[in-house]
Structures are given as structure tokens and as C-alpha cells.
Design a protein around this ligand. Sequence first.
Ligand code: FAD
Length: 147
Amino acid sequence: MLSRMIYHSENISGGLEGKMMGDLNKIMQASVRNNERDGITGALLFDPIWFVQILEGEREAISATLRRIMPDPRHDAVTVMDCAPIESRLFGNWWMGVANMNVHTALLAQHGLGPRLDPRRMTGAATLALAVDVARAGLNRQVAAAA
Ligand code: FAD
């Protein structure tokens, strides 16, 4: 059954330079490789404190991916925000697209979620609406140096 899952977690990769950017690019390489194999699409929003990820695909494939992601030492406190069957994908062009939310403060404000990303006070629906607008503004396949 085609489904979409949204979770947030604490980014414990460090600051916006060096290690975190290197970690994120390694995560993106593994994600694109594995997600293409498993028919998973989605988006990974991040800042120095949080990750928010949307995974779309067959429910079993999403669960298998989440089982790999949860124990990853580069983040902590994985918290599922939403999981439900869907008719169609919203991120079908992306095995995994990534966006640095520090460059999307205007979108956060437009969605009434600013000035900084705080997924603890966001619903799954609000997160999805934000991620769709972030994707319209442009997701990336790699993490660039922070703006
Ligand atoms: P490899 O990439 O070969 O890695 C082997 C093992 O080493 C894994 O256990 C991995 O966790 C660990 N590892 C590799 N590099 C590091 C490092 N720099 N520091 C610590 N441990 C490391 N994976 C997906 O497949 N799809 C996703 O959508 C996805 N999203 C993610 C989102 C977040 C926020 C995080 C933190 C990770 C995500 N990952 C994702 C990565 C996932 O946690 C696994 O690392 C990955 O799926 C393992 O891929 P692999 O089996 O090909 O192993």
C-alpha cells in the first residue's frame, strides 16, 4: 500500500560547517542509492538542531528504511509525526531531496512556523505543506555550504 511517513529527529551531527555537511552528504549518497533500489521518494529538511524527513513508498519499504534510519548515530530521538496511505506521491522526482531550512526563513514565516524550524510544535499536515513549498523553491541532491 502506497504510504507517506513523516518524522522528526534531533540533528547531532554538529554545526553548520565541516562534520555536519560531510555527514549530510554521506547520508544523501546512501539515501539516493538505497531509496532508488527500494522505490522510496521524499525530502529531508534540516537545520543544525533538527531533521524532518518525509518518506513515500510501499508501507513495507518505508518501515524497512525507518528501521535502518532509527539507530543511526548521526541523529537521535526519532519521533513519528504522521503515517498514512496516499493516492499519489508529492516528491516523485526525488529519491531524496535535501533542504537547509536556515535558507528558508521566509517560507517558515509564511507558514506561521518561524523564525526557526521547530518540528515539536508542527503537525504532520503543516510539515507536509511546508515541505511541498520548500520543494517548489528547490530541493538539492547534495548539501551546499550554509548560507
Ligand atoms: P552504508 O551507507 O554502507 O553504511 C554502513 C553502516 O555505517 C550503517 O549502519 C550506517 O548507519 C553507518 N555509517 C555510515 N557512515 C556513517 C557515519 N559517517 N557516521 C556514523 N555511522 C555511519 N538511509 C536511506 O537508505 N534512506 C533514507 O532516506 C535515509 N535518510 C536518513 C535521514 C537521516 C536524518 C539520517 C541520520 C540517516 C538517513 N539514512 C537514510 C541513512 C541510514 O541511517 C543508514 O545509514 C543507511 O540507510 C545505511 O545504508 P547502507 O545499508 O547502504 O550502509
